[in-house]
Design a protein around this ligand. Structure first.
Ligand code: HEM
Length: 343
């Protein structure tokens, strides 16, 4: 009988790990070019190439693993009822510091502190699928979208063909929107990772707060940050971290980030609660923490070996995030994807 372990496989761009590595080295150089170009155009020092603006940064969150965690999902540090300090950075996805009320995608980066020098970074955005099927598409879109606006659509069509251009634009338009609160958004990993012996999973962060129809305050560029501050002042902000199991190559592909892993094919299984405790996010300590978090570089490859990221989008992210972070930090980032030394 075939098990989840034997059914799935990773496939390398260009047909081999060696060829893909050369392509990825090129993407790392491309991301630095984009970062420098944006810095020059805005006359500012280099910043994160994507997700530049922090909405909130907290260092006193908690990840509490479910006491009822299914036995096969208990792997490594992730054991029933275990609890860890977590650092969280919420961001706007744009490379530019735009007002929070602009249509954009939002990001959530959670660092779970496992031991003194060991941590696990979970990165998600508030749209379930990537506009890019693979790393090549991701980088070509990034290059075109951050370049000259002239004839942009034609350059998209020449690069991807009409059908793919339409799909990519539809995806970006649906994912980019104004939101009422970070506390009532759902975030998705969009790319899979290995979850020990349970095999590949994608993960999601589900809000416990519901949307209440608040109209964003367009006169406040930090509307989402301030809204979260008001919530934190009056109580905990909580989410459920859930995973979806791999089913088969058609329903839950490893290498195509544009395909949704549908709940009807693979239901979400709650594995932990993430809590931002009630606090004054405007206090001197909270503001200092927010600045520290904004200076931290996250990378999905900051992970224990048992949680190795999977698929080409993720394989590219190891070098690309490392290069981007080195560009804005001026030195290699802590961890830098070295935590989970699997390849
Ligand atoms: C498909 C799933 C993906 C998700 C869920 C995701 C999510 C995120 C998030 C949340 C951040 C902000 C991290 C922070 O707060 O510091 C980020 C940053 C970034 N992402 Fe992604 N991303 C994905 C794919 C990619 C891919 C495929 C690439 C390029 C190959 C990429 C390139 C970047 C870069 C360059 C940054 C800035 C990193 C830094 O300078 O520190 N992302 N991403």
């Amino acid at each position: 009988m075939q098990t989840t372990q034997t059914l799935w496989k990773e496939e390398y761009a260009g047909g081999s790990e060696q060829v893909e590595r050369i392509l990825i080295d090129g993407y790392a150089r491309d991301i630095l070019d984009i970062q420098r170009r944006i810095a020059q155009a805005s006359n500012k020092s280099p910043d994160r190439t994507l997700h530049a603006k922090v909405i909130a940064g907290v260092m006193n969150a908690r990840l509490s693993v479910s006491p009822d965690l299914p036995a096969d999902l208990a792997t490594g540090y992730f054991q029933p009822a275990a609890s860890f300090t977590a650092t969280i950075r919420f961001s706007n996805a744009s490379p530019l510091h735009m007002p929070d009320t602009k249509a954009d995608m939002r990001g959530a980066a959670i660092r779970v502190h496992i031991a003194e020098h060991e941590f696990h970074d979970f990165l998600m955005t508030n749209y379930p699928v990537s506009h890019a099927r693979d790393a090549w598409q991701f980088m070509e879109v990034a290059k075109i979208a951050t370049g000259s606006k002239r004839l942009m659509l034609i350059r998209f069509v020449l690069k991807f063909g009409l059908g793919e251009t339409i799909r990519i634009i539809k995806n970006v338009r649906s994912g980019s929107r104004a939101i009422e609160s970070i506390a009532s958004e759902q975030f998705w990993s969009r790319a899979p990772l290995l979850w020990g012996a349970a095999g590949p999973v994608r993960y999601t962060l589900m809000p416990m707060a519901t949307r209440n129809g608040r109209t964003p305050n367009i006169t406040d560029p930090d509307d989402l940050a301030n809204e979260l501050g008001r919530r934190a002042a009056s109580g905990d902000i909580r989410y459920t971290l859930a995973v979806q199991r791999y089913v088969n190559p058609e329903k839950t592909p490893i290498e195509d980030g544009s395909v949704e892993w549908r709940e009807s094919d693979s239901p979400f299984i709650g594995v932990a609660t993430v809590t931002i405790p009630a606090q004054d996010l405007g206090s001197a300590k909270a503001l200092a923490d927010r600045q520290k978090v904004d200076g931290m570089a996250f990378n999905p490859w900051n992970c224990p070996e048992t949680f190795r990221p999977l698929g080409g989008l993720n394989r590219a992210r190891k070098a690309v995030y490392g290069a981007s972070a080195k560009g804005w930090l001026g030195r290699p980032a802590e961890g830098s994807g070295q935590n989970g030394r699997s390849r």
